[in-house]
Design a protein around this ligand. Structure first.
Ligand SMILES: [Zn+2]
Length: 260
């Protein structure tokens, strides 16, 4: 199965309270999303499933559900709902922040959130979830020199493989930022797949530039149904691309405060 043909949707935090950004999905909305997917006959895939040659069961439709940043709410909020429905997801956690607070996230005035700890990651993995790499420090990789880039890619793979005891096969670009050099280095580091965000006018999806649709707090059921289509409408893709530009404030901040 070719992962660029599967719709991939992405969540961040699953929390009731509002946050500064728009990426936090309300737990009730999340549960509704999952039940809708179940009713519509979706079957979830991980990259490990794809590598082992797993195919879609008859009458089912393939979909991948990812979680950026590996916040604790993946375990406390999303996991119970998904387990009940027989769904599995792919979770991306920055290596240096396993079990720690999100001090890397400079959403000004934003709350502190805890990332998944090793025990939670292992339990998710035992339940068929996949844990993928998201760099060591959640840095935008396109602004790094060659050595720092290698450290982020190889370091996060090593950290996770030591914590989880199985190969880490997929990588998720922090802030969705990548270019040809970064993608080539991801392949060299031994990853088989890499996830971008939904991007606009930047070529076709490849195994090292897979496109995803973010599910935002304000997305209605109508918008959600469009985001799980193999080809979401371009106005929706463009709208999300504009929203994502907001994440670049953090990239700029890291660049300005970089003392390495
Ligand atoms: Zn991230």
């Amino acid at each position: 199965m070719n992962p660029s043909q599967i719709p991939i949707i992405n969540y961040h935090k699953i929390e009731a309270q509002m946050d500064v950004g728009v990426t936090t999905r309300h737990p009730q909305r999340f549960a509704r999303d999952m039940r809708l997917l179940k009713d519509m006959g979706y079957q979830t895939f991980t990259f490990h499933d794809i590598l082992s040659g797993q195919e879609t069961e008859s009458g089912k439709k393939p979909l991948m559900i990812t979680f950026d940043d590996g916040y604790e709410s993946v375990y406390t909020r999303a996991f119970p709902v998904m387990k009940e429905l027989g769904f599995r997801g792919v979770v991306y956690v920055p290596g240096a922040y396993i079990g720690k607070e999100n001090t890397w996230d400079v959403q000004f005035g934003g709350k502190r959130y805890r990332h998944l700890n090793r025990g939670q990651l292992l339990e998710l993995q035992r339940a068929g979830f996949e844990i993928g790499a998201h760099g060591v420090h959640h840095r935008a990789l396109t602004v790094l020199g060659a050595e720092a880039l290698r450290n982020e890619l190889n370091g996060s793979k090593d950290m996770l493989e030591e914590a989880l005891g199985i190969p880490v096969v997929s990588f998720c670009y922090p802030f969705g930022q990548f270019n040809k050099t970064v993608a080539a280095q991801v392949r060299t580091a031994g990853y088989r797949f890499a996830l971008a965000s939904m991007y606009w006018g930047n070529g076709e999806a490849t195994s090292y530039a897979l496109k995803r649709m973010n599910i935002y707090r304000f997305d209605s059921e109508k918008a959600f149904r469009k985001k799980i289509l193999p080809k979401p409408p371009s106005w929706l893709v463009f709208r999300d691309w504009v929203i994502q530009r907001g994440a670049l404030a953090t990239v700029l901040y890291q660049k300005l405060t970089d003392r390495s």
